[in-house]
Design a protein around this ligand. Structure first.
Ligand code: ATP
Ligand code: MG
Ligand code: MG
Ligand code: MG
Length: 477
């Protein structure tokens, strides 16, 4: 079943059950606590917090999401994208646990001929929060699943809050058993997560929290005046189950990028774990890069712009490590656009701008790499020849300061050579530089940072060098 058909069925199912279909919000909602929208509930936050009255009691959406903390998992698990689409249904003081379980169960188990997803009941394991007997009661009542098929998990996995005092509540997940080739029997811990795949998370908002110290440490001070439902079903996760492929990067809207990358690199997907991870990173990052630019992000040195820069550079570098020397974005981005553009027509309308931003950033990065890679390789060779395993903070700082290598690029390249980087030393030098810049600026009173010294170095180089000032990247956590 095509991704677009899964999306359509999800929305139609909930519209039939009197939900109002709400279009996806931009990834860049104006919320100071978030870098990007990372869940379907974010645009509805004012309703859940009681700050605004919703114009409907029930809503359904398919929300664009970006989760930067998942970047390291991309391509290594079968299920984590930096960009993905979250299908969700929401109840604002209307139906609660029983209704949410009924609606979700109906859609996933109803036959495909009858408009559902046709997943096998015997492979579904609901998980609940261990202190939520009500959820267990409704799961058995609604589905007839025996109580011992219901997995009890702790607060870390199955209690939801926003990390601050306010609404909270237990969650319940739908896990789907993909079979023994994906992991040992009945292991619901971290190792079992690609076998017992979490496809849908139901949040039962019922508690008033007076304090939240960590995911598993909070005080419940009472009950919410109105109980709400917030759910999230991963569109790509359901797609890879229904398309019978191994992972989310192989679904209909993502795999063509891998195929194009094979053509450009001459390497074959499926040959080795290491190269497969790179292909999957390319498929994922190309898509998230495009979706972020489409929503208005431009590459930069901090915040959202830095995330975009990092994603785009990782895609380009993964292609390079696979063997592509030439520019790759003009070959890859249109492939992703043609797939995603079926749903997001703005990708076509706004293509000139989107592609220009992306291609210019690739060109800038190619220059950075040209200037810095030799220096890095030399440094790495020297460290190894002297029997060391750590690239000094000085070296990392020089790479950053002179060649525009952001620290995480240096970290990645070092890791590929089996080396570590003295990050503490690097950060010390960075903060010393910042202090000097501040002092300089104060002296000059003009408020400008003195960059003459760096410019001079740049002028000595054969090509202009881009200067990137690295700052800590804020993430949604
Ligand atoms: P996981 O435990 O697999 O990391 P999660 O518990 O972090 O998932 P939720 O925050 O519950 O995910 O989000 C709701 C749903 O969105 C998940 O059940 C999953 O189907 C989907 N989802 C979450 N993160 C991703 C991601 N990085 N890529 C693709 N789909 C995702
Ligand atoms: Mg997660
Ligand atoms: Mg989870
Ligand atoms: Mg979850």
């Amino acid at each position: 079943m095509d991704t677009s058909e899964i999306r359509r069925r999800f929305v139609a199912h909930f519209e039939r059950a009197a939900h109002t279909a709400v279009p996806s919000a931009s990834l860049l909602l104006d919320d100071p606590t978030l870098l990007f929208v990372a869940a379907g509930m974010v645009p509805f936050k004012p309703y859940f917090l009681g700050q605004e009255t919703p114009p409907y009691n029930r809503a359904v959406s398919v929300q664009k999401c970006v989760r930067t903390p998942d970047i390291e998992d991309v391509g290594k698990t079968t299920r984590h994208g930096t960009f993905f689409e979250m299908c969700g249904n929401f109840s604002f003081g209307d139906y609660f646990k029983q209704g949410a379980i009924e609606l979700a169960w109906d859609l996933v188990t109803r036959s495909q001929a009858d408009g559902g997803f046709g997943l096998e009941e015997s492979r579904i394991y609901p998980s609940i929060y261990q202190d939520d007997p009500e959820a267990a009661y409704f799961w058995t009542k609604v589905t007839g699943i025996p109580d011992d098929r219901i997995i009890r998990l702790g607060a870390k996995e199955n209690y939801w809050s926003m990390g601050v005092p306010g609404p909270g509540g237990p969650c319940s997940e739908i896990l789907y058993d993909r079979g023994p080739e994906y992991g040992p029997d009945l292991d619901f811990g971290p190792k079992g997560e690609d076998r017992y795949l979490e496809i849908w998370n139901l949040v039962f908002m019922q508690d008033e929290l007076s304090a939240v110290r960590s995911k598993a440490d909070f005080d419940i001070s009472g009950s919410l005046p109105k109980q709400n439902i917030d759910t999230g079903m991963g569109l790509e996760r359901v797609a890879y189950l229904l398309q019978g492929v191994d992972n989310m990067y192989e679904i209909d809207v993502m795999y063509p990028v891998i195929e194009q990358a094979e053509l450009l690199t001459g390497k074959r997907y499926g040959d080795s774990w290491e190269t497969d991870v790179r292909f999957r990173v390319v498929a994922d990052h190309i898509r998230s890069t495009m979706m972020l630019i489409s929503d208005g992000v431009t590459p930069g040195n901090e915040g959202r712009g830095y995330v975009l820069r990092r994603l785009l550079r990782r895609a380009v570098r993964s292609m390079r490590l696979l063997g592509a020397e030439d520019r790759v974005l003009p070959e890859l981005l249109p492939v992703s656009r043609d797939k995603m553009g079926e749903t997001y027509s703005e990708l076509h309308r706004d293509w000139d701008r989107i592609s220009q931003v992306a291609y210019a950033e690739e060109d800038a990065f190619r220059q950075t790499l040209r200037a810095g890679t030799q220096i890095f390789d030399l440094a790495a060779t020297q460290v190894k020849q002297s029997g060391g395993t750590v690239l000094s903070g000085d070296r990392a700082f020089a790479l950053h300061d002179t060649y525009g290598f952001p620290i995480d690029l240096t970290l990645e390249m070092a890791a590929e050579q089996g080396l570590e980087v003295d990050e503490v030393g690097f950060r010390d030098l960075m903060s010393q530089q910042r202090q000097r810049a501040k002092a300089d600026a104060a002296k000059k009173k003009g408020g400008h940072v003195n960059t003459t010294a760096y410019r001079r170095i740049a002028d000595d180089l054969p090509r202009p060098v881009e200067f990137t000032g690295y700052r800590e990247v804020v993430s949604e956590g």
